[in-house]
Design a protein around this ligand. Sequence first.
Ligand code: ATP
Ligand code: MG
Length: 423
Amino acid sequence: MSNPTLQAVRGMNDILPDEAGLWLWFEEVVRDWLEAYGYRNIRMPLVEPTALFKRAIGEVTDIVEKEMYSFRDDLNGDELTLRPEGTASCVRAVLQHNLLYNAPQRLYYSGPMFRHERPQKGRYRQFHQIGVEAMGFAGPDIDAEQIVMCARLWKKLGIRDVALQINTLGDVAARQRHREKLIAYFEQHKDVLDADGQRRLYSNPLRILDTKNPAMQELVAAAPKLMDELDEDAITHFEAVQAILQQHGIAFEINPRLVRGLDYYNRTVFEWVTTRLGAQGTICAGGRFDGLIEQIGGKPAPACGFAMGVERLLALLQEDGMQNPAAPLDVYVVHQGEQARIQAWRVAEDLRDGGLRVLLHCGGGSFKSQMKKADASAAVCAAIIGDDEVAANVVMLKPLRSGGEQQRVGLDDLQHKVRELIK
Ligand code: ATP
Ligand code: MG
């Protein structure tokens, strides 16, 4: 009996070469964009102590309550978790290495995140984020800059139909007042609350506003507004963010129900949403988290950041008909005979020395079958080497895309002639 084929874990995807081209292109665009704003790359482990996420994200949140891949390391008993998001790890790394010692930091990271959710279009158990964090900045300018920079990325990527929603969550005192009013309000409507809502009523009533349960939408819409509790400083901050957005012609909608699924946010929060990906329409989300650094054990420092979902962004691009950029290849080297093989290796290495992308035929076969493979490759031309060519120190150079004539080219001239063809 043959072994059954093993499958990837549900909700965790392979990105095959045909699609990976689009990822590579995207990552390059993103990197240029981040560097244009002075953000520097940071790389954290995929696994962190479970306590980090509990402390940072909040015990009574969807992520910590039901989405984390947590396990005990049998070798030493440590409680560990596959990171469900990057902000907590990033703050942990910044504190551990004292990066905020004498300068604020603009940082970014990218990579897989893990959440045990129900897999569907735009929602996976391993998904990828680009995360951007500015730490040590208190003013509204950095919040606005992060939003302006998102708008630039959408433009660069040619993404339309994405709308900006913003809100402010105020500061601790306002949230406390709001919390008390929310509890009083939901207590009066206990019968409408679902199980999650009942459970969170006293532990985290704000989270009830984040519910996706259609039966609770009306209740939630009429709930007391945090807006009505805001302190002067938070209002001024929020207005300053809006003013900068207006100066840059960035349209936004204030959505008082935007509370975000993680506890650490305060003041400005924002989401970029499209209607084109069904229920999974949020492609980018973030906000200010002035309390988090202290909560993780650092000296208090303000901060603001956001993360975007790469799968959702790429899905949008694909819906717009974006093609996977073909794997770039300049030359396919075809050869037959012992001397020709040795020469072909040399020619291929020389072309690569000159910066060209070269595929050397491996596995033998007739000229005819090798040429078929060359045609099927994305290469611009074929360099053909047989015993005659070795003897004369030349190669036959055949354009594969332009339909031009095959020509006999001296080895010294090859680099130059190939460059003419790929222009
Ligand atoms: P949602 O409301 O869709 O569950 P979220 O508020 O949990 O999103 P964040 O924690 O803010 O998401 O993560 C930032 C971005 O990462 C999201 O806006 C989304 O684009 C992406 N993202 C989050 N969870 C997933 C997932 N399971 N699969 C794919 N992308 C995701
Ligand atoms: Mg979620």
